[in-house]
Design a protein around this ligand. Sequence first.
Ligand code: MG
Length: 236
Amino acid sequence: MTGTFRPGNGAAQRGGAQGTRWAPGDQILWRYRDHAPGLKGPVHICRPVTVVQDTEELLAVWMAPGTECVKPVLADGTPVHAEPLATRYTVPRTTARSRWFGAGVLKLARPGDPWSVWLFWEHGWRFKNWYVNLEEPRSRWSRGVDSEDHFLDIAVYPDRSWKWLDEDEFGQAQRSGLMDREQARRVREAGRAAVEVIEEWGTPFSGGWQDWRPDPAWTVPVLPEDWDRTPAHMTS
Ligand code: MG
């Protein structure tokens, strides 16, 4: 079953303005911008999601299986990971629409944290792992949140063990000039702060979110035509 992205469902009016919140079931966009100072790069990842919870403590959203998303690809349409690491961030890219393959993803973010935590399941709801995506603290706009990926990630397993992921990409991003030494230092520091939360088994790892399930009445949000829209307050 497929729903439509409806700003008229109240999501835009509720969540966009300062101090207002989205309601469970609202459909919003979880987006990442390409690297540029001040979160001003073009949008290259757009994932339509359904709001699970939006409070002062936590924004939780659900990306349903089969959701049509936007992702970066090489200019000839091949996957980014097909490009050797040394040139992965400097060869020309474009974006492509594609359906999210596999089970759905629950994304959790505490406002202001320079990371979000994603939960992955196998089909049949067998919980796999948490994934800490280091990123710019999310900026809210009327139809969703925008961030910038910081390359370095952390995998966290049910036995509470963890490991760094994509350190090679993090290193290459620095060599390719996407991140200067100071920013890389801050990202690594954010990663260490996330590891502290993991080691003390804080929020959201202790929150029982692996037992959460989506409302069966929810429809799959549709990717809007203007998925790359930049809200007025983000232009300059
Ligand atoms: Mg990442």
